[in-house]
Design a protein around this ligand. Sequence first.
Ligand code: MTE
Ligand code: MO
Length: 224
Amino acid sequence: MSGRLPKGQHALDHFPRMGLPKRLARRAPVPDEPSLRVVGAVTSELSLADLATVPRRDQVSGFHCALTWSRLDVHWGGWALRDVYEQLIVPRARPADDVRYLKFVAADGFYASLALEFALADGVLLADTLDGEPLPLEHGAPWRIVAPAHYGYKNVKHLRAIELCARYPSPFNGGGGLLQHRDALVEREQRAQVLPGVVYRYLNAAARPAGLRAAGRITRKVLR
Ligand SMILES: Nc1nc2c(c(=O)[nH]1)N[C@H]1C(S)=C(S)[C@@H](COP(=O)(O)O)O[C@H]1N2
Ligand SMILES: [Mo]
């Protein structure tokens, strides 16, 4: 999962802040007492005290942005999403049998979804630390999704809510539209919708230097 560079990716020696320009230009609000809204048949809020009842996990994994950059061996801490789902979300949200997707909604308006079997797979975390420190604002404070098998855009930062859905939530309302593939598996190079991944590999690699420069500029301005 970590240590190996997937096809068409370029390893960086730093970990940039990345996102859709509109989202990047927003500083997501981080509340003093964060809570995580869970929307199923019942809607509720999970508190830090609730999460403290779930065993913590540490993980080292690679992080792969569809724009063709990777950061290998990123050290995360938090909770396995499967544990959070089984121990907190299911009892609270009382999901119907037809739940097939989890929609991850961020405080900056961004969202992404994963099929339940991907969301509950090994290696998917609700992370609140990076390199042993509280998750910094640039990487998604107070907590984010980490899904190393899927491209960066499934790794939703500033996570505010998890919605339990029967159908795949359309990404065309702030989730990146065509840029967001339903599964976004790195292994299958599902970088975006419509064209084969290898086409995006070359298009995105060409756009990468300018994209990283722009992201750096916006980040310095927004997080100053
Ligand atoms: N809330 C939120 N989460 C987001 C994004 C965003 O713009 N807003 N961008 C996604 C994209 S495209 C990538 S590559 C990763 C980047 O994570 P990083 O900023 O920690 O490097 O965050 C993903 N999660
Ligand atoms: Mo990305």
